[in-house]
Design a protein around this ligand. Structure first.
Ligand code: SAM
Length: 291
């Protein structure tokens, strides 16, 4: 794609610097990853291709398996816009892992929004794993624009931090909230109610939301891997009511409970994931940021 090539040229040296930093530290032995390329990975003991067990998806080597650049190809171009006439565009990346995708999202937004008055773009990445956040920070070449915090997204601390961040930008919500490959981990650890709470909270913070849900087969694989590693299974898994077509359930929650409307649902990518994109219904809004 044209934008992608241009982006690559422009940020080539920045990437090289990040990669150097990334490879300077050894990744721990297979802490593993599990929520993709599942069927192949199930048959293989090689740590390069076999994901290990994880309870929250906080894989140390996630981007060795899923290069962030590949995942950008799915993002549509025509849907990004400033919600209000202002030159600041703010995004939130929930479950940002080691920040690789966050950085690429920043580059993507910068490129794609050039035609829209070149707003000042800020991204905030949160993840519950302190080591991953440390790694993300070590490679941050834009600390003025990209911020990482170690927070559990469902916590009160997180709500307060995000509110302060938005206040500093003089905004009431993020223009976009990204939830890439995190819904399954929330669902497995917090159940159906937790998934609803997660989506409500993300939507309360968002003008637009981008979700890449894991399909149901990933749930079974994540559970199998825990058992194989002799860890306790996800206690809530057996009682889940939202099973099968997770994208459908998520769409129902977002459109029924969060007052968002569908913008686009993409085709599945190479590893069977769609992007679901929704936006806040415009009305005479009383801004309610009770998250
Ligand atoms: C499978 S990774 C996906 C990383 C990234 N979003 C991507 O798709 O490239 C899921 C990430 O979500 C994080 N995570 C899980 N539960 C979380 C929570 N309650 N709050 C913040 N981060 C969470 C994990 O630590 C992990 O880094």
């Amino acid at each position: 794609m044209i934008w992608f090539n241009a982006l690559e040229d422009k940020h080539h040296s920045q990437r090289q610097a990040r990669d150097k930093l990334r490879h300077r530290r050894d990744f721990p032995a297979n802490v593993g990853m599990s929520d993709a390329r599942d069927t192949d990975d199930e048959r293989n003991n090689d740590t390069k291709t076999n994901p290990g067990a994880s309870r929250h998806g906080n894989f140390m080597n996630y981007y060795q398996f899923h290069p962030a650049e590949e995942r950008m190809r799915q993002l549509p171009h025509g849907v990004w816009r400033l919600a209000h006439p202002a030159r600041k565009y703010a995004g939130l990346d929930v479950g940002c892992n080691a920040g690789d995708l966050t950085y690429i999202l920043y580059d993507f937004l910068e490129k794609i929004m050039k035609s829209q008055d070149q707003p000042e773009i800020s991204l905030f990445g949160v993840d519950l794993d302190p080591i991953l956040i440390e790694r993300a920070r070590e490679r941050n070449l834009r600390p003025d624009r990209v911020t990482f915090e170690c927070l559990n997204f469902l916590s009160k601390d997180c709500s307060e931090t995000l509110t302060r961040y938005l206040d500093q930008l003089d905004k009431s919500r993020f223009d976009v909230v990204f939830c890439f490959s995190i819904t399954m981990w929330i669902h497995l650890n917090h159940g159906d109610d937790g998934l609803e709470e997660f989506l409500r909270k993300a939507c309360a913070l968002a003008e637009m939301i981008v979700i890449e849900p894991q399909p149901w087969r990933c749930y079974r694989n994540a559970s199998r891997r825990l058992k194989r590693a002799k860890s306790e299974d996800f206690p809530l898994l057996k009682g889940l009511k939202y099973t099968g077509d997770l994208a459908k359930h998520i769409e129902n929650i977002i459109t029924r409970l969060c007052n968002f409307r569908k913008v686009v649902v993409t085709e599945s990518n190479g590893w069977g994931r769609k992007l679901l994109i929704y936006e806040r219904k415009q009305q005479n809004q009383v801004i309610n940021r009770n998250i």
